[in-house]
Design a protein around this ligand. Structure first.
Ligand code: MRU
Length: 369
């Protein structure tokens, strides 16, 4: 997607054919810094430290991490060790396990001499597949935005609210929740995005606002608690969020605070859509609330905030009294009954087992193996 006059992806293979570059998302929106990843450990660190983040991008980075591991040592032991190290980075986004399991089961039967080339090739395919999927999500979600523009509000702007960053930075390109928005904007639909700031890490304020701004999409950053008020006053036409894991019965795990937006949307009759690529569905989990592991992150994300001072310095300051304990649950689960529809690469689906199973029978079969 666009950064100034350039087209960039969130992660890419360098000209040397083996090392990776990724945008360091910890430095946005103040500095555009590209990090070079040359080892499996560096890929794991990038995921753990959230240099890269967002479920699909975590999966893509992990796949390339396996390729870097195979470049260093293509033995069975190294294969298992790379899988284990990458798997331990973040627990909630199922795209990580999906990508690692796919890589390991493809590599395992191969002779060690063929593993490195095969790993790079499959990781590259996964990255391209992510982009193709997101374009599909964009085409299907576009119809929802166009319908509001044509039927409910002809001649007026369509207001979409989103939470966290499910934009191109969270994927290889295009994003999930943002793909329909970018397509609508590019086709001349007047679309405006309410961007939840998304405490504690501010992925909305720092990342979504940054990428929408570079693409020229009108947007307004709001504190996380504002959504209910906007919905009560008819200022939100639809909500579109991303997700880190969708259970077989359609429960949606996403960045902490998503559930509260779904409740407010339900109370105000605002459609609540979730955009997801099929690797985000976990057919091994049924009850999302009870079965999906919720990552708990360090207290510093809550006790401190980082920003740019008026004279251009990046500074981190404490905002919580010394000694006050804090809790930092990174995700929550929205039950399927609050979800109007799931925007996938195969269409907009009901959030239930039958609809997911009918659309993705091959994933059900793979989960049963
Ligand atoms: O903790 P993060 O920044 O990795 O969380 C990201 C989200 O919750 C996104 O909404 C989700 O991964 C979907 S990204 C297309």
């Amino acid at each position: 997607m666009r950064v100034g006059d350039s087209h960039v992806r969130s992660i890419w293979l360098e000209q040397d054919g083996w090392s990776l570059s990724a945008i360091d998302q910890r430095r946005l929106p103040h500095d555009f810094v590209v990090a070079r990843l040359t080892t499996c450990d560096a890929a794991a660190d990038a995921i753990r430290s959230m240099l890269v983040r967002g479920a699909p991008l975590i999966g893509a980075t992990a796949a390339y991490g396996m390729a870097l591991a195979m470049r260093a040592d293509a033995s069975n032991a190294a294969l298992d060790q790379a899988h284990k190290a990458l798997m331990a980075t973040r627990p909630t986004a199922i795209n990580l396990k999906w990508a690692l399991d796919a890589m390991r089961s493809m590599l395992r039967p191969l002779p060690a001499s063929e593993r490195m080339a095969a790993a790079y090739s499959r990781a590259g395919e996964m990255a391209e597949q992510d982009i193709a999927i997101n374009k599909g999500i964009g085409r299907h979600g576009l119809g929802l935005i166009e319908a509001v523009a044509a039927i409910k509000k002809p001649g007026e702007r369509v207001n979409v609210l989103t939470h966290c960053n499910a934009g191109w930075l969270a994927t290889v390109d295009w994003g999930t929740a943002t793909a329909p928005i970018y397509l609508a904007h590019d086709r001349g639909v007047v679309v405006h995005v309410w961007v939840d700031e998304t405490r504690p890490r501010n992925q909305g304020a720092s990342l979504t606002a940054w990428e929408l701004g570079h693409h020229g999409v009108p947007h307004t950053v709001v504190p996380d608690n504002t959504g209910g008020h906007l919905m009560q006053h008819g200022m939100v036409d639809l909500v579109i969020t991303g997700t880190d894991r969708v259970s077989a019965q359609g429960d949606v795990c996403n960045k902490i605070g998503t559930y509260l937006k779904a409740l407010a949307a339900h109370d105000n009759g605002v459609p609540f859509y979730v955009a997801l690529p099929s690797p985000t569905i976990d057919f091994n989990v049924n009850d999302g609330i009870r079965e999906i592991p919720i990552e708990q992150r360090g207290p510093d994300e809550v006790t401190h905030m980082t920003g740019r001072t008026a004279d251009g310095r990046i500074e981190t300051v404490r905002i919580v009294p010394d000694g006050s304990p804090v809790a930092n649950y990174a995700f929550d689960v929205t039950p399927a009954r609050l979800v109007t529809g799931l925007i996938t690469e195969r269409g907009v689906l009901r959030a239930d087992r039958a609809a997911l199973a009918a659309a993705f029978p091959e994933r059900i079969a793979a989960a049963a193996e």
